[in-house]
Design a protein around this ligand. Structure first.
Ligand code: HSE
Length: 436
């Protein structure tokens, strides 16, 4: 059987799981791939710590030995972050090695440069594991749906945020308690602010949007809102109105330009994404010939991520064994301005926190009317007239700019708390509702 030798850089949660997968399923992989995978060397920061590797693997300090070894045509970068990881990937590609990475932050920051370098060197930079852990969504967009025009991607792509909202909705946990549980289970990023602020999801959906639309999407230009504004009162109201809160990342094409967003949305309970619970991820893709298709599974954690790394390794092993096959290389994406987020249109639910006195409804409904926003229904419940009250107002589709303006005008009025906000509603049917 042919053999492919790889160098593994990083042996943290994901690295250790990947090594375990290659060992535990070596026979299975060899039988299905027709190529045996060997890991003669693993690079770590501190080689003096005991590591669980087999006798055929040496553990070395730092990536130098792997980068300098011409008998290792594949480098798997599992360091994370954008420091050492960037240096390793750039040098490996520059030296004509193929690279596999699980590092979406690296690709979000330096993807354009690194993909161009890979192209110029005639090697691959593969990244299935960088988006949605074990769900093969990169492969779906690059290969499986090649014959389709992709119209919209709607996803739950951050497991930590989904886990937190699920535990708050289903178990009545507080936000801090649910976050601590996600961290203990190992779903959260080293800095969990990346998860709960929406930044991790923005990096992932930008990569998916780039693949789908052939345009580089800079994640920093994405309309990005985290889940921290969602309170138990919002969750309770949403449930009573037939919705569940989900951290939704979306990419669509409006007037020929990509519109990419991340926000906690009120999702109708019958929507396919409403059933994606806990740390699971789910992605719905609307495309012209297939129609809507949904992909779901574990989007975080060592073993699911290792599963995607192995899939990329299989592709590389086939290329290396069979000679440079016509593998669908990431093309040079064009640059195009994004569709402006303030023109995003969606239905939404305002949550005004108000003083409890006459004239508040008139103020709120009058301001919404002044901004051309059509009210669908108004809901208020209060038990104690001396306490602030929650006024939920569901409104018909309006532009983001109108919604923001109306909210700031209401908040500037006496008797309205600055805590007031709005949540966007995901429209029920697959394939409808713009980004919302
Ligand atoms: N922290 C991420 C998540 C997993 O919670 O989905 C890695 O991307």
């Amino acid at each position: 059987m042919e053999r492919v030798r790889i160098g593994l850089v990083g042996l943290g949660t994901v690295g250790a799981s990947f090594y375990e997968l290659l060992t535990a399923n070596a026979d299975e992989i060899g039988r299905r791939l027709g190529v045996a995978i060997e890991v003669p060397v693993v690079a770590v920061r501190d080689p003096s710590r005991p590591r669980r590797v087999g006798p055929g693997t040496r553990v070395v300090g730092g990536p130098r030995e792997i980068l300098d070894d011409p008998t290792l045509p594949v480098v798997v970068e599992l360091v994370g972050g954008t420091g050492v990881a960037y240096e390793v990937v750039r040098e490996a590609l520059g030296r004509g090695k193929h690279v596999i990475t699980a590092n979406k932050a690296l690709l979000a920051a330096h993807g354009e440069e690194l993909f161009a370098l890979a192209r110029s060197k005639g090697v691959e930079l593969l990244f299935e594991a960088s988006v949605c852990g074990g769900i093969p969504i990169v492969k779906v967009l690059r290969e499986s749906l090649l014959g389709n025009r992709i119209d919209r991607i709607l996803g739950i792509v951050n497991g930590t945020s989904n886990f937190i909202l699920t535990r708050m909705s289903e178990e009545g946990l507080g936000y801090a308690e649910a976050l601590a549980e996600a961290q203990a289970k190992g779903f959260a990023e080293a800095d969990p602010a990346m998860d709960v602020s929406g930044a991790d999801a923005a990096q992932k959906i930008s990569l998916l949007a780039s693949l789908a639309f052939g345009t580089w999407v800079d994640w920093r230009a994405v309309l990005c809102e985290g889940i921290t504004a969602v309170t138990p009162r919002d969750i309770a109201f949403a449930r009573s109105a037939g919705y569940v809160f989900k951290p939704v990342a979306a990419a669509s094409r409006v007037e020929g330009r990509p519109l990419v967003t991340v926000y906690p949305a009120m999702v109708p309970v019958g929507h396919p994404l409403a059933t994606v619970r806990g740390e699971f991820n789910g992605v719905m893709v609307d495309s012209d010939f297939l129609g809507s298709s949904v992909y779901q599974g574990r989007g975080a954690g060592g073993r699911p991520t290792a599963s995607s790394l192995a899939s990329d390794l299989g592709d590389l092993a086939r290329i290396l064994a069979a000679g440079p096959a016509a593998y669908p290389r990431v093309p040079a994406f064009e640059r195009r301005e994004l569709f402006p987020a303030e023109r995003l249109r969606c239905r939404c639910c305002f949550h005004f926190v108000t003083a409890n006195r006459p004239g508040i409804w008139a103020l709120v409904t009058g301001t919404l009317a002044d901004n051309g926003i059509n009210i669908e229904s108004v809901h208020q419940k209060w038990e104690d007239r001396t306490l602030p009250s929650d006024l939920f107002v569901l409104v018909d589709e309006a532009e983001e700019g109108q919604l923001r303006r109306a909210l700031s005008q209401v908040i500037a009025s006496p008797g309205i708390s600055a805590e007031s906000r709005y949540f966007r509603i995901l429209d029920g049917e697959a394939g409808t509702g713009g980004n919302g």
